[in-house]
Write a new protein. Structure first.
Length: 440
């Protein structure tokens, strides 16, 4: 049975009353700090009700576009201490202008707690030999604090980043006995596939810790069956605009996280109904990033949908569970159907012979929508037409609205294209698979 000693820190096993009291105190302290130090928040946080069930209910939601206007390079209105040093990060440069975030040096170091808590819960131990494949350069953030966390945690640390070719990682893995890899899900998987092509004799990757995107069940099956990986988890879910919000333990299925509820005050809000979500119902995630003192972040609309699970985790941690349901932009509107990427993944998993790397795209052709799904495979060319037909049928079988529209000829039939492994486009900066393309 798990005991308190198996957790990284006492907060993970804290009882309900202590949990409530500490969260309330920290939130009140944070709001006081933000109002006192940042003029932008002085009136904005006047609706804070420290004793209410939802203390931030009367506070406006901070949207991404508004946040951009308060931060450098446009402005310093959100910066609490303009004379202190900071590190500038940018992210999300694929569409529109990149998002900037400032972290003080103390904040960078404070990321150790959620990092270590998450890696420990996912099974990392002192002495593990870890390849860090996270993206670095171009003002990208994650690699840097993961690097520092691996040092402090007591691992043998291999700072490859996403820029190192698989053959180099392959050679080091064999010579140094690397047993663990961490990085963006698709980058790490691609690296392992590249290493496999060179032969995995003498190499045993036991643990794989991913971030940045989901690793779907078909990918996990490949990692277990083909590469013999035992532990697969996302040790941290967070955003550069906020902080770490959640972490997985070994018992968490894809998309389910324990909340770092001492780090972020988390709200899940049903925006169409205008009320807080009960456990089980989905809403938008708002986060108040309590350790962010340089640029306080109060009630930020993260952009992801989530739901509280309202049940305890078998691991015994008392940090509550939530499920991340993906971003609004993971959905394509095809005819009258809203096709979410996760549902396409579920179909891919049902067709043996397809890899988990998949992309969906919407086209508008002669006034009608068409859903195109591209999937990587190792199947020989002659086997592919049958695989493609099987996947198209699986998609229509699970999507009655789309299926009806195709039958009525208001939407074109689904087109499935199969490609060799590694042939789908990746983001040139991060190596992330480009999963959803909307040609509107
Ligand atoms: Zn757990």
């Amino acid at each position: 049975m798990p005991s308190g000693k198996t957790f990284f820190d006492p907060w993970e096993g804290a009882g309900e009353s202590r949990r409530r009291r500490v969260i309330r105190e920290r939130l009140a302290d944070y709001v006081r700090y933000a109002r006192g130090r940042v003029p932008f928040y002085r009136d904005r946080l006047a609706g804070f009700r420290p004793r209410a069930e939802h203390p931030l209910a009367g506070v406006p939601v901070l949207e991404s576009a508004e946040l951009r206007k308060l931060l450098p390079p446009l402005n310093t209105r959100l910066v609490a201490d303009r004379s202190s040093g900071w590190t500038v990060f940018q992210s999300g440069g694929t569409t529109g202008s990149p998002k900037t975030a400032l972290f003080s040096h103390a904040e960078m170091e404070a990321l150790y707690l959620p990092n270590a808590r998450g890696f420990h819960a996912a099974g990392l131990r002192r002495g593990d030999r870890v390849a860090n494949l996270f993206a670095v350069g171009g003002l990208y953030m994650t690699f840097l604090h993961i690097h520092r966390a691996l040092e402090r945690f007591g691992c043998a640390n291999f700072p490859f980043s996403n820029h190192t070719a698989p053959d180099y990682v392959h050679g080091c893995a064999r010579r140094f006995g690397i047993n663990c890899m961490t990085g963006i899900a698709s980058v790490t998987l691609d690296c392992l596939r590249g290493m496999e092509a060179l032969g995995l004799k003498g190499i045993r990757i036991e643990k794989l810790y991913y971030g940045g995107e989901h690793l779907y069940d078909s990918d996990k099956a490949e990692l277990r069956e083909r590469f013999g990986v035992r532990e697969i988890a996302a040790p941290g879910y967070g955003t550069v605009d906020t902080w770490y919000i959640g972490y997985q333990c070994s018992a968490c299925p894809t998309g389910v996280f324990h909340a770092h509820d001492d780090q972020c005050h988390i709200e899940i809000f049903d925006e169409s109904e205008g009320r807080y979500c009960a456990p089980g119902s989905a809403g938008m995630l708002y986060a108040t990033a309590l350790p962010r003192r340089l640029t306080p972040i109060v009630r930020y609309r993260v952009g992801d949908r989530a739901r509280w699970l309202g049940r305890p985790c078998p691991c015994g941690r008392t940090t509550p569970l939530f499920e991340l349901l993906g971003r609004g932009d993971d959905v394509l509107r095809v005819g009258f159907d809203s096709v979410d990427y996760g549902s396409i993944q579920a179909c891919v998993k049902r067709v043996a012979g397809l890899l988990g790397s998949a992309q969906m795209q919407k086209y508008r052709e002669s006034g009608r929508d068409r859903l195109v799904v591209r999937v990587e495979t190792r199947a020989p060319i002659r086997a592919r037409p049958a695989l493609a037909a099987r996947l198209a049928a699986a998609i229509l079988a699970r999507r009655p609205t789309l299926s009806r529209a195709v039958a009525q000829k208001s939407v074109w039939p689904v087109r499935v294209e199969l490609l060799d492994a590694g042939r789908l486009p990746r983001n040139p900066r991060t190596g992330k698979l480009v999963r959803v393309v909307d040609d509107r």
